[in-house]
Each structure stands twice: as C-alpha cells, then as structure tokens.
Design a protein around this ligand. Structure first.
Ligand code: ARG
Length: 459
C-alpha cells in the first residue's frame, strides 16, 4: 500500500474507481529518467540555498541515481499502485533514505515538476524527430538524384497534366519535410525553457537559484512568470500542430504510393518488406504500410485537436485536466517517429517501372499546352491558340489518336501557321527542358536544385 503525497487533511480513503480515473503512472512512467534529473537538480538547489547539508544532498543524489537505474530495468516490478511517476520516485527514494527522502519535495510542486519533466522529454524527442527528418530528406534527395532523366506524368485533379521529371516530383517532399524541420526547430526554442522553481503557481519560499537549476538540466532559458510556467502548454500545442502537418505530408506521399503501386497504374513497386498479402487472395500485394501511415495521420491530427480543446477553457493556472496532455503528446511522438522511420526505409525498396510510366505519358495529351505555346510563338494570341489546340485535341480524341500521330496537312487544317518544325514540340524531353526558369521542371533547373540542397545540407 503506497502513501499518498497529499493525505493529511483527508479522513476517508480515495474512491477506488476515482483512482482508476485519475492515476496516471501507466502513462507518465516514461518520464522517469527526466523526473530523476529534475529531482537531482532540485536537491542541489536546496543544498545551495542552505536547506540541505552537503551530506544530505549527496545521499539524495545517490539514492536518485539508484532509483533511476532500477527503473531503467525492464519489468522492474517497482510500481506499487502509485498515483504518478513523481509519487513513485519519491516513495522509492524515501524507502531508501527514510526521513531524508521526505525532504526532497521541499519548495517544489508536481505542477512545476511535471512540466519540467515534459519539456526535457520533448527536447529529446524533437532532436530525434529532426534526425529522422534529416535522414528522410537525404534519402529522398538521393532518390531524386537517380531520376533526373525519368520523365514522369505530372498531375492536376489526378488527371495527367504535363510531363515533369520524377526528381522534380520527389523534391516537392524534400521541400515539405524541410519546412517541417524548420517548424520543429522553432518549437524547440520555446520548449527549451525551464519552469522548475515556479512551485504550485506562485514560486517558492526557498530562494532557489533557478538559473543554476536550468543550467544543471541543460535548458537554455528560464520561465519568467510562475503562473504562466505551470499552466503553459503552448509548446505542446505547437509540437502537435507540427506533428500533424508532418504526418499530413507523409500521408500525401503514401496516398501517391498507394495509387502508383495499384495494378491499375503500376508506376512503382513497393518492396516485399513493406507490403502484405491477403489471407484469401493469393495474388495480392497490398501497400499496408503506406495505408497505415496515411491512416495514422488522422490520430495525430486528433491529438492536436484534443489538446487544444483540453486547454481552451482552462482558467489559470494548473488544473488537473492538464494531466491528459501527456497521453496525446506521447501518442503523437510515437506515431510520428515510427511513421518517419518506416517511410524512409520503405523508400529504399521502391522500384519505378518505366513501361507503365511511358504508357501514361503517351496518352492524355500531355503536350497540348506546348502545342498551344508553339502557336503563340508563331504569332497567334494565346486565347486563340488555346481554342485551336482544344479543337485539335478533340479531333485527335475522336479518332483515337495522339497529337503526334496527326499529319502536317491535318494540323494545318486547324491553323496555317503550323509548319514542319511542329514535330519538335512532340519531343517529350525537350517539353520538360523548355520549363527552364527558376523552380521549373527543366533538367538543368532540377540539377541546380539538387546541388543547392547538397550545399545547404552538407550531403
Ligand atoms: N500527474 C499530474 C499531471 O500530470 C501531476 C501534477 C499533479 N498536480 C496536482 N495539483 N494534482 O498533471
């Protein structure tokens, strides 16, 4: 039977079902290593302020180290119905040191403690996510480098629109994940602030050196308003928003992989390592991992909405509602991390299939805009050239032919300016290379983009 941290004024025991509703150890146990560090920094500040002797401080730090090591062992069996990780660690330290352990919580509250733990945890997780994003961007960049000469159908409305190079398409995601990286870096600045010392809401009576504590814990800054410190969850909302945008990017790419790998399209084959079979239909090779990442973007968005909703009507300062923040945060951290990891690994297994890509390029009149631009070069105003080209496309479609199958005579029937040089228009790689302006899909531009990314990222 564990001792509650707050039993003094209560005569009756806490309801067993209310415990189920409110005890959070199962969720917040992952904060254990951070809670140990926070306690260590705090007892050192208590020693500096003269409340603990050097020997007492040393004994507490030693016990905290032992408890930290013990809790790091899988299946340690040390949890005993504690309310949360803070109660658990205090119980274990007190179990080792007796009355001295009971001094550990002097001048701190779980309100400043829990949010200090969470900030430390999230700093580590953001570092991890930044490293996963950097690996992913590099892999995408490498893949793009292999496909500068792969002409690929560009889509709008999921209708083939104009030819691009596959590298250009892939570099879209390098840009998206680059913006994600920048957002996480920004959030890091606001996460990397130490609230410890803010007490329950008003500060504490021990004159603790907050700058020392922050430095001990590796924070870059300290919070400047104790009430804000214990109630602020902005950095978490930001993180969840970033995570949700990042998952949206993964989800869009996964959607493309699902479509492209369908036998109906066949542009790409995803490796066996990231596809699954059907228990019934032996021929199936399903893109389950891409589908699951797409699906999981929903729960990460849900966590963002959930947290914002949790916070939006809370009066200052700490309210127990805030305990619910961690489940959403942890779930999004776990989901985003595993999704980034699997997605990056899956990219290595992709195989692009030239024939279906060529087939898609050969139908759908992807060069109609270039044909209209050809007429513009011959002096036809664009609106007229658009009309003429529309009529040519309709004629070709009626006869089940492509533009390049029409004879010069047939084409000249639509406009006298058309000459034998029109054949140049139907050279698909030159259609790509004509988009030779900043940001265009011309291969020179794409090579320049690849080189710039290499330079910026040191790849
Ligand atoms: N488990 C709590 C949480 O995560 C710790 C803070 C408890 N504070 C309190 N005043 N009951 O928010």
């Amino acid at each position: 039977m564990t001792q509650k941290l707050w039993g003094g004024r209560f005569k009756k025991p806490f309801d067993e079902d209310a415990k189920k509703l409110s005890y959070s150890l199962e969720v917040d146990c992952r904060l254990a290593p951070y809670d140990i560090l926070v306690n260590m920094a705090h007892v050192q500040a208590l020693y500096q302020s003269g409340y603990l002797s050097e020997a007492e401080c040393g004994a507490l730090v030693g016990a905290l180290n032992e408890v930290g090591d013990a809790l790091a062992v899988p299946n340690h069996g040390l949890f005993a119905g504690d309310e949360d990780i803070h109660s658990c660690i205090e119980r274990l330290v007190t179990g080792k040191l007796g009355d001295l352990g009971k001094k550990m919580h002097t001048g701190k509250s779980r309100n400043d403690q829990v949010i200090t733990d969470v900030r430390l945890y999230l700093k580590d997780q953001i570092e991890e996510i930044l490293s996963l994003l950097s690996d992913l961007r590099r892999t995408l960049w490498q893949l793009a480098g292999q496909h500068v000469d792969t002409i690929f159908p560009g889509f709008t409305h999921f209708q083939t629109a104009q030819p691009v190079v596959l590298a250009h398409h892939l570099l879209v995601y390098v840009a998206q994940f680059g913006r994600d990286e920048a957002r996480f870096r920004e959030t890091m600045i606001r996460t990397d602030v130490c609230p410890l010392g803010s007490g329950a809401l008003a500060g504490n009576n021990y004159g603790l050196d907050r700058i020392f504590v922050a430095e001990e814990l590796g924070f870059s800054a300290v919070t400047t308003n104790s009430m804000d410190a214990v109630s602020d969850r902005d950095f978490m909302m930001e993180f969840l928003s970033n995570a949700s945008i990042c998952m949206t990017h993964l989800s869009r790419f996964c959607e493309e992989l699902v479509l492209w790998s369908s036998p109906l399209i066949g542009f790409v084959t995803i490796g066996d390592e990231f596809t699954t079979g059907s228990s019934l239909m032996p021929q199936k090779k399903n893109p389950d991992i891409a589908e699951l990442i797409r699906g999981k973007s929903g729960r990460v968005l849900g966590n963002m909405v959930g947290l914002t909703h949790l916070i939006k009507a809370l009066p200052l300062t700490y309210n127990r509602d805030l305990q619910e923040d961690k489940e959403m945060l942890f779930d999004s951290v776990d989901t985003l991390s595993v999704s980034l990891l699997c997605f990056e690994k899956m990219l290595h297994t992709l195989q692009f299939n030239p024939q279906p890509i060529a087939d898609a390029l050969s139908k759908g009149y992807l060069l109609a805009t270039d044909f209209a631009d050809y007429l513009v070069q011959k002096g036809v105003p664009f609106r007229d050239s658009h009309d003429i080209t529309g009529a040519v496309v309709a004629f070709a479609a009626e006869h089940g032919r492509q533009l390049e199958d029409l004879s010069l005579e047939e084409l000249r029937g639509f406009s006298g300016v058309i000459d034998s040089d029109v054949v140049d228009i139907f050279e698909i790689s030159s259609a790509v290379d004509r988009k030779n302006l900043l940001g265009g899909t011309a291969r020179d531009q794409v090579r320049a983009q690849l080189a710039q990314l290499q330079e910026e990222n040191g790849w």
